[in-house]
Design a protein around this ligand. Structure first.
Ligand code: 6PG
Length: 480
């Protein structure tokens, strides 16, 4: 009997995804170059319609047509080499899905290439980690629409559900699925860093211990901050290894790694010209964290004189940090959604932002109660780009603003870095400023480079000879 769905790459994500497919009654077939991974799948799937095979030839021969094959292998050259290995043994109309975190440019290239070979390609973001893959991830497929229609029954069954609604939808053409997953990860970076800063402030300004903070995060998780990342932060804070008095968190090296999706989000936002400073700050903080030795040396050179007792303590501090965190979360999602809205036009993705917020409500790493409000804000307004000014968020942002400013001030007083929280506040302040001092920047540009400027009191483009004396001094480098 032929199998309905195939998986190449049986690491923990691939294996779990396949077991999830089989749970739902589909025949699930897997292959991997590593024989141990194949054996592990056969062992774990003993009682199910699951099979692991060692060669791609056998794998392809055992799949029903059109073949539906997902690759969950590390992003980069490996994806291309898997594709090259498959091409001679696939048939026209077969479907290939790249479920990894591939760069959207690679996905566009592969989409066009595979089209010339008669293979229908989907670039699909899959979020939720190993547990999500097993129990229900959020899936963001983009690319060949007819391929989506063919795999839809399987992906809809496998995906996480929120009130029965599957966390998967067709995102759009070409690389749109991977683009949306990349921005998901950018938001993930931002939320994680905001939580890290809240933890640092509660600890170093408020003097709270890990167990107290764990309780606080658990309490917050029952309120408007309800989210997967707040939930796991509470669990991490109280975790002790068996037989140990020490919290594991306290002995984890403070250097954060990154595989690139956050950085790509910032790069793309810069290219398109969309401000996402909270996400940029999170990427920057990971980079600063990596320079541990510099930080160690500098910490001996520069000491911060702590002022008197903090003004905010105990419940007062906790309440203000909750507000700051909520404010930061809203700004972080707002920046990510704004980037998607602008990228949708720039790349002609035709994204449905309500649909994206809807499938992020469950299964993925950034799932949060807030996403239901975001979904509804975008659902009510066609063409909405930035959600900050909508009635859904206006009152809350207004209400939280002073608390964020106070928390950032308290952190500054004690030399506790709060780059993400500060950037969220500055983003808000800049976006609510009718006038910014960039008139001076325009004047400077015109002064040294004749780059021209526009005026408030007159229409047109202007250039001024700011310093007539200098213009005749040939070779004066200040004039260049
Ligand atoms: C997810 C995660 C997943 C991966 C991150 C880690 O949605 O399930 O985002 O894709 O864990 O990409 O990324 P970094 O190694 O860059 O932190």
């Amino acid at each position: 009997q032929l199998y309905d769905f195939g998986m190449i790459g049986l690491g923990v994500m691939g294996r779990n995804f396949l077991l999830n497919v089989a749970d739902d009654g589909f025949g699930a077939l897997g292959t991997d170059i590593d024989q141990e991974s194949v054996d592990a799948l056969n062992e774990e799937g003993k009682e199910m319609r699951v099979k692991g095979v060692s060669t791609q030839k056998e794998f392809v021969s055992l799949l029903s047509r059109p073949r539906k094959i997902m690759m969950l292998v590390p992003a980069g050259k490996i994806v291309d080499s898997v594709i090259e290995g498959l091409l001679p043994i696939l048939d026209e109309g077969d479907i290939l899905i790249d479920g990894g975190n591939s760069h959207y440019d690679d996905t566009d290239r592969r989409y066009e290439y595979l089209k010339t070979k008669g293979i229908r390609f989907l670039g699909a973001g899959v979020s939720g980690g190993a547990k999500g893959a097993r129990l229900g991830p959020s899936i963001m497929p983009g690319g060949d629409r007819s391929a989506w229609e063919d795999v839809r029954p399987i992906l809809e069954t496998v995906a996480a559900k929120v009130n029965g609604d599957p966390c998967v939808t067709y995102i759009g053409e070409k690389s749109s699925g991977h683009y949306v997953k990349m921005v998901h990860n950018g938001i993930e970076y931002g939320l994680m860093q905001l939580l890290a800063e809240a933890y640092d402030i509660l600890k170093r300004v408020g003097g709270m211990d890990n167990d107290q903070m764990s309780e606080l995060f658990t309490r917050w998780n029952n309120g408007r901050l309800n989210s997967y990342l707040v939930e796991i932060t509470a669990a991490i804070l109280k975790f002790r290894e068996e037989g140990s008095e020490t919290h594991l968190l306290d002995v984890i090296l403070d250097k954060a790694k990154q595989k690139g999706t956050g950085k790509w989000t910032s790069q793309s936002a810069m290219d398109i010209g969309v401000p996402i400073p909270t996400i940029d700050s999170a990427v920057t903080m990971r980079a600063i964290s990596a320079f541990k030795e510099y930080r160690q040396d500098n910490s001996k050179l520069y000491t911060v004189v702590h002022p008197d007792e903090p003004l905010l303590k105990g419940e007062g501090l906790a309440e203000a940090v909750e507000k700051a965190l909520y404010f930061g979360f809203v700004c972080c999602y707002a920046q990510g959604m704004h980037l998607l809205a602008e990228a949708s036009e720039e790349m002609d993705y035709k994204l449905d932002l309500e649909g994206i917020a809807r499938i992020w409500r469950g299964g993925c790493i950034i799932r949060a109660e807030l996403l239901e409000t975001i979904r509804s804000a975008y659902g009510k307004r066609e063409g909405l780009k930035n959600m900050m000014a909508t009635i859904e968020f206006r009152e809350d942002l207004h209400d939280c603003r002073d608390a964020v400013a106070e928390i950032v001030h308290q952190a500054n007083e004690r030399g506790v870095p709060s780059m993400c929280l500060s950037s969220a506040l500055q983003y808000f302040e800049a976006f609510r400023s009718e006038r910014l001092p960039l008139n001076l920047v325009q004047a400077q540009r015109d002064y040294f480079g004749s780059h021209t400027y526009e005026r408030l009191d007159e229409k047109g483009t202007f250039h001024t000879t700011w310093d007539p004396k200098k213009i005749h001094k040939a070779g004066d480098e200040t004039d260049s």
